[in-house]
Design a protein around this ligand. Structure first.
Ligand code: DLL
Length: 435
């Protein structure tokens, strides 16, 4: 028997869901057209008026939004209401152009937390659970989102944030955490650290984990389930649409139900923008149906996946998405942080290096490794160890300030990084992140 937070809506018939979506989209498009000049311009350019949108079938007439629009409109250009009505911002890591700042009214926070509560209850959560939240807190949406969801379910919430593994394990064991929320790589690391300290999987009280924010495979799921003695559930979301909880797994563990009463999903061909039929692999696009602060319409996530309306044994009727199967851009997720190669190149050039570099990402002991090989410019070259170390340290600090995480920098002699004859191979990602 499934455990629901909002059973009526989570198991509503297709007709009921469509009715809700159709009512909401008409209101939302009108609201955005009147309140977001940036999007009004895009609609005007495309010759679409709010009256043209009478149901979700008409959404395909609307223009897309992408990260580039977010950058152009930064910080307030896509705000959907007066700032005085907003109570929160969240943001992605990374500075300058790629930073996403999302605004929330209290209504938006409530909806977001309800979506997270649905995920926690789908994983078996009740008010008798002790929910350890080891996603980062702060601007990152992982900690705050699941914290809110855990409160709504009535769990005893342990707001651990990420890091400090000794303390994580102490609280987990002493306070008898039953649900763990963190990135899958951190869950794997916690499992390994418990074993190193002599604990067996049955020594902890955990029963479930809610893991997302980065790609992970079925093998990784099995390995985490074994090491922690739990059932591991996937959860998906992005800052632009509020954060975690846009979709979540149920006990079937065969894809994530999208909260369709709040988010309308489409799959498009990333090259042509054409909407593809259900069951086809393509780029996921979301329209937020009722957000007030940051009401993005047709936002291109760049995540590649497949939607399915196959009946689910949990009783939920909302459409399911596969795990993201890749990206249609070059964004990497390293230790849970979104990183674009262009950000790395910008730092190198600013610090006086040549654009001859290579990024190597791998995974060791369930943690991502992140190395950047950079050539000295000929005039910088030095073979004194102290000089090289000082430069590597400075570059590490500059990268950390741009990206939010620090790579290991390896300075190498000029002309030692292999030149490519075609497109330069800037990124070597050795992790096997997709099945
Ligand atoms: O990662 C929100 C989140 C927090 C989701 C905690 C789940 C749990 P961003 O930092 O904006 O937001 O990154 C969003 O992360 O477009 C995907 O590429 C990736 N992503 C998120 N969840 C998953 C997942 C949060 N379950 C970007 N599997 C998205 C694979 C995921 N990739």
């Amino acid at each position: 028997m499934s455990n629901y937070y909002q059973k009526e809506i989570e198991t509503a018939s297709r007709e009921e869901i469509l009715k809700i979506q159709n009512e909401k989209i008409v209101k939302q498009v009108k609201h955005v057209y009147e309140n977001v000049p940036y999007y009004r311009n895009l609609m005007d350019k495309k010759g679409v008026k709010p009256e043209d949108i009478q149901s979700v079938d008409d959404i395909k007439k609307l223009p897309f939004l992408s990260k580039d629009d977010l950058r152009e409109a930064y910080p307030y250009g896509l705000l959907g209401t007066d700032l005085k009505n907003c109570v929160r911002i969240q943001s992605t890591s990374g500075t300058t152009g790629k930073r996403v700042v999302a605004f929330y009214t209290q209504h938006d926070v409530d909806i977001w937390e309800e979506c997270c509560a649905r995920a926690i209850m789908a994983a078996g959560g009740t008010n008798e659970d002790v929910c350890q939240i080891s996603y980062g807190y702060g601007l990152f949406t992982g900690g705050p989102g699941l914290n809110g969801g855990s409160h709504k379910v009535g769990c005893l919430t342990l707001p651990m944030s990420s890091g400090n593994t000794d303390r994580q394990l102490q609280f987990m064991m002493d306070l008898g955490a039953t649900i763990l929320c963190c990135t899958p790589s951190y869950a794997a690391y916690l499992g390994e650290s418990l074993a190193e300290r002599g604990y067996k999987p049955e020594d902890n009280k955990l029963k479930a984990g809610i893991f997302g924010a980065e790609p992970w495979t079925e093998e990784m799921r099995k390995s985490i389930e074994k090491s922690l003695g739990i059932k591991a559930y996937d959860i998906y979301g992005l800052t632009e649409t509020s954060g975690p909880g846009v979709s979540f797994e149920c006990e079937e563990q065969t894809g994530m139900h999208i909260n369709e009463d709040h988010f309308y999903a489409e799959i498009i061909d990333p090259k042509t923008g054409e909407v593809l039929p259900e069951g086809t692999k393509g780029e996921l696009v979301f329209t937020s149906l009722d957000k007030e602060g940051f009401p993005l319409l047709r936002y291109r996530t760049k995540d590649i996946c497949i939607l399915s309306r196959k009946k689910c044994s949990c009783g939920r009727t909302h459409v399911k998405m596969t795990k993201p199967l890749g990206r249609s851009d070059d964004m990497m997720i390293i230790r849970g942080v979104n990183v674009f190669p262009s950000q790395i190149e910008a730092v190198l050039l600013k610090e006086g290096y040549t654009p001859n570099y290579q990024i190597v990402v791998d995974r060791a002991n369930n943690t991502d490794t992140f190395d950047i090989y950079v050539e000295f410019a000929p005039e910088q070259f030095s073979d004194k160890i102290a000089d090289v170390q000082a430069r590597e340290k400075a570059l590490n600090a500059a990268m950390r300030s741009m990206l939010g995480i620090g790579p290991k920098i390896h300075l190498v002699a000029p002309k030692t990084i292999t030149r490519s004859e075609g497109k330069a191979v800037r990124v070597i990602d050795k992790r096997k992140l997709h099945d």
